[in-house]
Every structure is written in structure tokens, then in C-alpha cells.
Design a protein around this ligand. Structure first.
Ligand SMILES: [Zn+2]
Ligand SMILES: [Zn+2]
Length: 247
């Protein structure tokens, strides 16, 4: 179980970037080879990074093999930054997981997403209201916590992939403070951290300001991740001024 020290200082959090996609993710730029990511992280003086490629239910357990391929790519390559080889794993419905638990457990870092609603296989709530989506996401998160599979939640509560409403932020507004606090506390007790996902924060500053405040009150662990898809987003320090303004 990966669980690091607690800090709410953005500059300290920016020493780690625990959400980076390599070319194993179709959405990442071709420049995102493991070696060039690590080289960039080293040049930026980062202490730790996590490689977190997507998984898919129709390619069950493929991320375990990818981990070996990435390890091979980095073999004999000297670097100072600590590299976790994990994945951005899918809880695509309530208690629906794309990989076997043994596959998850073979990873250095299990970053769980609960809201990739743009994917065809993702389960939506029966009723299409902002409140129903909020309750559905909470139920998926409950399932992830109970499963013991996760080290951190990727862009939690984010509604950016729900293309049902004119303003998807109606979904994040539908979460009540006490629900956010309760689930954050429950995850924390189960050694699951909460992501400060840079693009999600930039797209919904109002919600993520609230999320960071509640998380600090509860006393959770936050992990910073840029959701890097290109080399210029490997160093979180490029975003810290804006993050401080929002959070
Ligand atoms: Zn994601
Ligand atoms: Zn991602």
C-alpha cells in the first residue's frame, strides 16, 4: 500500500507528480516514452513520479504486462527520481472493475477513476439528473473503498466527462459538503489518498476549492497529479501559481 506523508503545501506537493500517461495510453503524445518522461522529471528535480496508463475491460489485466514493458524500457537507465509504475484503473460501475485484483496488486500505484463517463462501457445512473450522477459516483467510490484495490482516487467527483447537462458543474454542485467529508474520511481510514488533478481543478475551480478545504478539515492525504499527456506537463511546478490562486 502506497501512502506518503501528509502536507497541504502546494510547493511541497509539487515535488511529486503521481499521474502521468505514457504512449501506452492512446491519448498521450508520441513523445511520452518512459525514458523521456523520467529524463524530464529528473531535469525538473522531481522526487517521485507515477506512470499511470489507462486500462480497459476488453483488455483485461493488460496493465500488468505493460508494467514489465515499462520496467524493461527503464532498465539500466540511470535516474534520481523515484518511479512508480502503476495505472489509472477503471471502476466503471458500482463494484465493476476492469482487472483482476491480483493484477491491481502487482502495480506500484493504483490510481482509481470513477468518472470516465465518456467511455462506452461506463455505467450511468438510470435517472439523468445532476443529483443522480452525484449519488452514482459516491456509490462507485464506496465500492472502490470496500474492495481494498486503490491507493488514490483520480480526479474524484469530476463531472467533465458527463455530457448530459448544459453545465456539467451542476453535478459537482449536487454533492453536499457532509457527503464529500464522509467519503473522504472513509477513504482516508482505508489508506486511500485523494488526487489534486491539475486539469480537473482548472476546469472546475469552484468545486475543487471546496474539495481541498473539506479534505484539509478531515485530514486526508492529497496526491498531486498533472494528468500529463505531454512532456511540458511532467513538471507540476509549471502549474503551482495557478493552483495556489484557486485552492
Ligand atoms: Zn482520467
Ligand atoms: Zn489520466
Amino acid at each position: 500500500m502506497f501512502f506518503h506523508e501528509k502536507t497541504y503545501d502546494i510547493d511541497e506537493l509539487a515535488r511529486w507528480n503521481l499521474h502521468i500517461h505514457t504512449t501506452f495510453s492512446g491519448c498521450a503524445k508520441r513523445e511520452m516514452t518512459a525514458r523521456d518522461i523520467v529524463k524530464t522529471a529528473d531535469a525538473a528535480g522531481l522526487e517521485m513520479i507515477a506512470l499511470t496508463d489507462h486500462n480497459y475491460p476488453d483488455r483485461r489485466n493488460a496493465v500488468a504486462q505493460q508494467r514489465y514493458d515499462l520496467m524493461r524500457e527503464l532498465e539500466g537507465f540511470e535516474h534520481n527520481v523515484k518511479v512508480l509504475i502503476g495505472a489509472e484503473l477503471s471502476a466503471y460501475g458500482i463494484n465493476k472493475f476492469a482487472d483482476d485484483i491480483a493484477c491491481d496488486n502487482s502495480l506500484d500505484y493504483r490510481l482509481y477513476t470513477t468518472n470516465h463517463f465518456h467511455q462506452k462501457y461506463w455505467e450511468h445512473p438510470e435517472v439523468k439528473t445532476p443529483r443522480a450522477y452525484a449519488e452514482h459516483m459516491l456509490a462507485i467510490m464506496e465500492g472502490v473503498i470496500a474492495s481494498g484495490r486503490a491507493d488514490c482516487f483520480a480526479h474524484p467527483f469530476m463531472a467533465g466527462y458527463i455530457h448530459v447537462f448544459e453545465d456539467s458543474h451542476d453535478v459537482t454542485r449536487a454533492f453536499r459538503d457532509n457527503e464529500i467529508g464522509d467519503i473522504m474520511e472513509k477513504a482516508h481510514k482505508n489508506e486511500i489518498a485523494w488526487e489534486l488533478n491539475v486539469p480537473a481543478i482548472f476546469k472546475d475551480p469552484e468545486f475543487f476549492n471546496r474539495y481541498f478545504r473539506i479534505g484539509k478539515e478531515v485530514g486526508v492525504i492529497f496526491n498531486l497529479g498533472t494528468d500529463g499527456h505531454s512532456l511540458d506537463s511532467v513538471d507540476p511546478k509549471n502549474f503551482t501559481d495557478e493552483l495556489k490562486r484557486i485552492l
